[in-house]
Unconditional design. Structure first.
Length: 496
């Protein structure tokens, strides 16, 4: 039955779509192929999510070769959430991408753009679904190499340097991850994650396990853009095509955070990671410095893309701080923020993309009274910005309130205070832009383009679909909290 092959289809569909785009090479047809592939992947992800909710863990043996001999796809509540999040954001953004790609990428390279997008989606879904540690690295490289290519498609020449910088940092991070996996294999003799988790306590060389733990920590911090290893992120977000920035912000760092969760909670285990190795001693100061300092840095940015990039580092800090609580409440808060921030930040970058499409840039100083010319775009930015701040009845409020509650439950009240402080910084940098767009009168020394009008419908509709989901999540917070709590319980319980 086809229902039994859903895990394989997650990878096969986008993997086949990529070479198909290269063979056809017609811009509009390639976009249609990408949209169709994304819709099919989203439908498959939804079916897998519902199956996991009703039946529990899915273990799929590729080629009929059972683990540990063969490669296994292992899908529990956490995997199912990540598959759904990645496929949903990719589906929405690839529809939105049509107009922006047509304007910012050379026509003769459109087929390469969509092929790279499909390969990147293949890699991100593969990381999320695989139960094999070495395949995590393989899919990580597939997604990273295609993402370097997507960033380089930016119309600004600085996109090449941003892509190269990301390549260097990403390659260092991937090398650390590969070395860590290699030491795990040396210590346990296994690559299947379930087997590794069961063999680590009895491994003959605990020193090799410690070395693996150390290398994986550094590599995943780089890939997740955890402060202070976030140096690649700001330029990549600013100079990539805006559709790529929205896709990258909503998926790539979130999948890297998922891998961090999977290794430190499911494979090494909570007691080893946060008890024996005191991982929170390393991660918690970095997380707190990240969400305080990067929120402060965002205030002084005039380019909206760069402002939101530093904001992303701050939001990643919230997620890492939640993980460091090493409790079900903390993990639930972190997982909810992965979902909510992915949706909110993607919608924000899409609204910035609408501004760039019409105005030609994203410098806040020349967006005077933009609301009169682009009301739907500005409203989307405002509502998404409120979610980023964490205003009640928004998605961001659900996760920030959960994080503060989990911190208080653990007795770490200072974390809650600093989260509130950084949220005040968010009010400043988002509020400053909103004030310019709504109230500041247009200046004669910095005029806006003549005939300025609202963005195309093909950009507005996907953006508002994402915004509607964000609003629904904020109003009906129990929905995401429930699935996040199940995922947290699965992670803390280890592999079955």
């Amino acid at each position: 039955m086809i229902a039994d092959q859903l895990p394989a289809l997650q990878i096969v569909i986008p993997m086949l779509a990529a070479p198909l785009c290269v063979l056809i090479r017609r811009s509009f047809v390639c976009w249609c192929i990408a949209v169709l592939a994304n819709v099919l992947v989203l439908a498959t992800s939804w079916a897998i999510f519902k199956q996991v909710q009703s039946e529990g863990v899915i273990r799929y043996a590729l080629g009929g070769w059972a683990a540990p001999t063969g490669i296994e796809y292992y899908i529990d509540s956490m995997n199912a959430i990540m598959l759904l999040l990645v496929s949903f954001i990719s589906c929405v953004v690839v529809v939105y991408a049509h107009e922006t790609v047509r304007k910012s990428v050379q026509t003769g390279k459109h087929y390469l753009f969509y092929a790279a997008w499909m390969l990147c989606l293949t890699g991100l879904l593969g990381i999320s679904i695989t139960g094999d540690a070495f395949n995590v690295f393989v899919f990580l490289e597939i997604s990273s190499l295609s993402m370097y290519m997507l960033i380089a498609f930016g119309s600004d020449r600085r996109a090449l340097s941003a892509s190269f910088r990301y390549l260097i940092m990403g390659s260092i991070g991937a090398s650390f991850i590969l070395i860590g996996i290699g030491f795990l294999y040396a210590a346990t003799g296994a690559l299947n994650m379930v087997d590794i988790a069961s063999r680590i306590p009895d491994a003959q060389s605990q020193r090799a396990v410690l070395v693996a733990f150390s290398f994986l920590t550094i590599g995943l911090m780089i890939k997740s853009a955890v402060f202070p290893l976030h140096g690649w992120l700001a330029n990549a977000y600013q100079h990539a095509p805006i559709a790529v920035t929205a896709f990258l912000a909503g998926t790539a760092t979130k999948v890297s955070l998922y891998v961090l969760l999977r290794f430190f909670f499911s494979i090494f285990g909570t007691n080893y990671s946060f008890g024996g190795m005191l991982l929170n001693v390393v991660l918690l100061p970095a997380a707190v410095a990240g969400f305080v300092l990067m929120s402060l840095v965002a205030i002084f940015q005039s380019d909206l893309r760069r402002m939101l990039a530093y904001s992303s580092v701050a939001q990643i800090g919230y997620i890492i701080a939640a993980f460091c609580l090493a409790s079900q409440a903390g993990l639930t808060a972190g997982i909810v923020h992965i979902i909510n921030h992915g949706i909110i930040k993607t919608a924000l970058f899409m609204s910035v993309g609408c501004i760039i499409y019409r105005v030609g840039h994203a410098h806040s100083d020349s967006l005077d009274n933009l609301f009169k010319k682009m009301p739907f775009t500005v409203c989307a930015f405002i509502f998404s910005g409120l979610g980023l701040i964490g205003v009640p009845l928004t998605a961001g409020f659900i996760s920030k309130f959960s994080l503060i509650s989990a911190s208080m439950e653990r007795g770490w009240w200072m974390i809650g205070v600093l989260v509130l402080l950084s949220s005040l910084f968010a009010i400043v940098y988002v509020g400053r832009v909103v004030e310019i767009m709504l109230f500041r009168k247009a200046r004669t020394d910095n005029p806006q383009p003549t005939g300025l009008r609202e963005a195309p419908l093909l950009m507005l509709v996907p953006m508002y679909v994402l915004l509607a989901v964000s609003v629904w999540v904020g109003i009906s917070g129990s929905a995401t909290l429930s699935v996040a709590s199940d995922a947290a319980a699965a992670l803390l319980g280890g592999y079955q």
